[in-house]
Design a protein around this ligand. Structure first.
Ligand code: F6R
Length: 260
């Protein structure tokens, strides 16, 4: 996979947004995969700036969120449906009809998972999937030991993930225990993957994903098997990478035709 180390999280966001803007320029009806949480916020802010400046036309773009909590109402401000609407659909001027989030409120969650898979297939698959990474190596909410072949389904959140996400809720007890998440198999079907991480709390997970063995104990390590996976991190998240100097040199000497 390609690893790019930027001086700051803001620069990670700007570079990632440039890559996405180029993709949409070349393919105006691109299908984007959206992550929630803090990691992609700088990307969405930078993309919104492109839209305001007229350098990005999103009118034909479609999008699929990675996951949704189970057990909170859709209009809860921290449901991922609300977050995607607030952070992505509105500021990026996406057509709400073209933005989908797994239905965490479905009475039949298994069927909701199947419907989501079908909707992604019907849209022609995801062109570029944006990913964050959990401190335990999860992508989407595929917690450690998730099957590499998994599809959209219900998962139980680990206590670590619930504690990490407690900052979004009034109290830790309010963090849902379950979610509906794209599987690792679903994520791996995307034509390209773009994982972003910022901050020292992600350093160990990033190193395990990029340089460690491919193991379901670090679900993000499956990205090593993807033909087009890019990992963009800030210096703090890159701190545990053994080959950091190599990645820096490689990026600094990237030929012009290959640049983002
Ligand atoms: C969110 C998601 C998760 C987050 C991960 C990191 O849709 O799928 O995998 O990307 O938990 O969260 P942050 O970015 O808040 O540190």
């Amino acid at each position: 996979m390609e690893v790019v180390i930027m001086p700051s999280g803001t620069e990670v966001g700007l570079l990632a947004a440039r890559k996405i803007t180029r993709l949409v320029g070349a393919r105006p009806d691109a299908v984007l995969g959206l992550a929630t949480g803090s990691s992609p916020l700088a990307i969405y802010a930078a993309l919104a700036a492109h839209v305001r400046e007229g350098t990005l036309d999103t009118s034909r773009v479609s999008a699929f969120a990675l996951d949704e909590y189970v057990g909170i109402p859709a209009d809860h401000p921290e449901s991922y449906a609300s977050v995607i609407d607030r952070e992505v659909t509105v500021p990026l001027h996406l057509d709400p009809e073209r933005v989908q989030v797994p239905d965490g409120r479905a009475t039949d969650l298994e069927a909701a998972g199947r419907r989501y898979e079908e909707a992604i297939r019907a849209a022609g698959g995801v062109d570029l999937q944006i990913l964050g990474i959990g401190a335990n190596g999860h992508v989407g909410f595929n917690e450690p030991t998730s099957s590499f072949a998994s599809r959209t389904r219900i998962k139980t959140l680990t206590e670590r993930t619930r504690a990490d996400n407690a900052r979004f809720f009034a109290s830790p007890d309010e963090v849902p225990t379950h979610c509906l998440t794209q599987g690792l198999g679903t994520i791996m079907d995307a034509r390209s993957l773009l994982l972003v991480a910022q901050g020292s709390q992600k350093a160990a997970a990033v190193a395990a994903a990029v340089e460690g063995p491919v193991t379901s104990m670090c679900p993000a390590s499956i990205l090593q098997h993807h033909p087009h996976a890019t990992v963009m991190v800030d210096e703090a998240a890159a701190a545990d990478l053994q080959l950091a100097d190599y990645y820096r040199w490689t990026y600094a000497h990237k030929p012009a035709w290959q640049q983002f």
